[in-house]
Design a binder for this molecule. Structure first.
Ligand code: ADP
Ligand code: UDP
Length: 237
């Protein structure tokens, strides 16, 4: 399958049409941004890692009965996916307090929750992806109550699978962001990516951060962390 017209260039990926109207090619870049685009940089090799990691994890999720947009890995950076209409919600599941949760609620980073939490943000860069509740999402016609029920069910199922999987790799899944979309027949699938850009992943024994927080917080060793987390994954799979 060949890339045709570029539909979109985002912060981390480009999206291309193909000759099949129901399929797209996503192409992963090394560009990194944080704080709603305020901080910009590159993480060398990140695009390859995020592409391959997303695809490995999505294939595992499919095996566990969770539908995804994944079709076929075409090259190091390019993947064929089902075209979806993205539901403009960032769906975040958390197992441990960190990041904006810690800041907003004054809960120390690292506090382990008894049960995972879920939250939704309105995917809108101009507004800075504001947090909203499900009633707001329905009022704004971003999703129906049935969509939200399905998304919530899938989001917790994804967390259960990924948490167990990362644990086997010696990695603690702290939190992560998902996007869902509707395919041609109207059914909901997991889309976008699951990577160290969109997840917090801590080494289970040392607590070392192996994710984009190294870039966000200028902790150094960014490339090494991405390489290390990918090594853990490939050694395990
Ligand atoms: P951003 O838009 O936040 O800068 P990216 O650089 O990752 O993010 O761009 C990828 C874009 O493609 C995102 O807007 C995402 O919602 C969208 N997308 C991801 N998967 C699909 C898909 N299967 N079909 C259509 N759009 C998708
Ligand atoms: N996240 C993301 N994209 C966003 C916001 C958050 O992928 O636009 C991910 C982030 O990597 C982390 C989780 O969602 O794994 C929770 O992020 P948080 O709300 O703590 O936001 P932060 O302040 O870190 O951006």
């Amino acid at each position: 399958m060949e890339k045709r017209e570029q539909l979109y260039e985002g912060k981390a990926k480009k999206v291309f049409k193909t000759d099949d109207p129901e399929l797209l090619i996503v192409s992963y870049k090394d560009d990194a941004t944080a704080f709603n685009g305020l901080k910009k940089g590159t993480i060398s090799g990140k695009g390859v890692i995020n592409n391959k990691m997303t695809n490995m994890l999505m294939q595992r999720l499919e095996q566990a009965g969770i539908p995804t947009h994944f079709v076929e890995e075409l090259s190091d950076r390019d993947t064929l996916v089902k075209k979806v209409t993205i539901i403009p919600l960032e769906v975040i599941v958390r197992n441990i307090a960190a990041g904006s949760f810690s800041q907003r609620y004054g809960v120390e980073e690292g506090v382990v929750f008894d049960a995972p939490t879920i939250e939704f943000s309105y995917k809108n860069d101009e507004l800075g992806d504001p947090l909203l509740n499900t009633y707001h999402a329905v009022a704004m016609k971003l999703a129906t109550p049935q969509d939200i029920e399905t998304i919530t069910k899938y989001a917790f199922a994804v967390n259960k699978q990924l948490k167990a999987f990362w644990r086997e790799c010696g990695v603690t899944l702290v939190d992560f962001k998902m996007e869902f979309g509707k395919v041609a027949d109207g059914s909901i699938v997991l889309a976008d990516e699951i990577s160290p850009d969109t997840s917090r992943l801590w080494d289970s024994s040392t607590g070392k951060k192996l994710d984009k927080d190294r870039f966000r917080r200028d902790l150094g060793g960014v490339e090494d962390a991405y390489t290390e987390i990918m090594r853990r994954l490939t050694q395990h799979i």
